[in-house]
Design a protein around this ligand. Sequence first.
Ligand code: IPM
Ligand code: MN
Length: 374
Amino acid sequence: MKTHRIAVMPGDGTGPEVTVEAVKVLQAAAQKFGFKVDLTDYDFGGERYKKTGETLPDSAIPELRKFDAILLGAIGHPDVKPGILEKGILLKARFALDQYINLRPVKLFPGVETPLKDKTPEDIDFVVVRENTEDAYCGMGGVSHYGTQDEVAVQTAMYTRMGVERAIRYAFEYAKKRNAKKAWKGLSDDDKKAGKIGQLTLVGKTNVLTFLYDLWERAFHEIGEADYKNVKRDYNHVDACCMWFVKNPQWYDVIVTGNMFGDIITDLGAMIQGGMGIAAGGNINPEGVSMFEPIGGSAPKYTGQNVINPLAAICSAQMMLDVALGETQAAEAIEKVVMDVTGTKMKSMAAGRMGYSTSEVGDLVAQGVADYKG
Ligand code: IPM
Ligand code: MN
């Protein structure tokens, strides 16, 4: 029997509560689909930092590299100054493990309320491929004359051809794979006649960031032209993209964008798919170890109340099975069961208003997986 070794980092606030439910579902899937999960817990987070001053120690990196995947709850503690845990744990893991893709599906499940009037699951179903190791996240810059009237702060956004290219290639491959069975429904007849099967939209700011996004745009078209002729190419400025997310989300199939723009537009994406309670993501190194996490934060005010929505964590574990562990049948089953739970059982995706507790939602999904008939 195949055993998957998984590092579990529940983290802060409600992270541990939702992680327990994700693990519950993983175990149900393992039982059902005939594999094993070997879990190792790590206590990196705000509490450990407060006690020991340690975030993610260097020594943990080679250890984490040995796992098949990492499951993360949430990082962020109300008593710790913003930036310390984010940089010291989350960004450190992403960078040190070279998780150069942040994969964030924006999919409205049945029964889930979207703030967009008249939009249905038919309209909201796309994926954002966010570059995850460069941009203003790279940590280049500094400050002089700190705290004086003469203070100067500089923080540089940088992109390398290599970094841009690997993100773009991943996104084209993703678009190709996503539409291999059935071409994306947003294509025009002319596109279909021209042999297109899907669409990749580059989101940038070529009108202002004329160095950065010029590099992206050239790489995008060169790679698309050479290797992905069957994927239609589109481009949006990031501000316009925010507008279209709200007005015409059905225009999107797969999006590729930089780290900072990807961070921002995926919070908007999370809202139109029903909120932080349901939005999942993966920090992916296709050649190494990947880390899966809900895209929302630690929601400390709900800690310990058993009211937070665990579906984002459950869907992150689902993505882990699909993308990192090759358990595609189990992943498909979990997704179907989650759609059934949102469509026929839960009242809302919001904390405290689900009609169920955190652990009851986990039970519903785990039971659904155990009873899954395909
Ligand atoms: C996210 C978060 C992080 C980011 C923060 C916590 C560093 O907002 O995963 O989207 O900006 O990437
Ligand atoms: Mn974010």
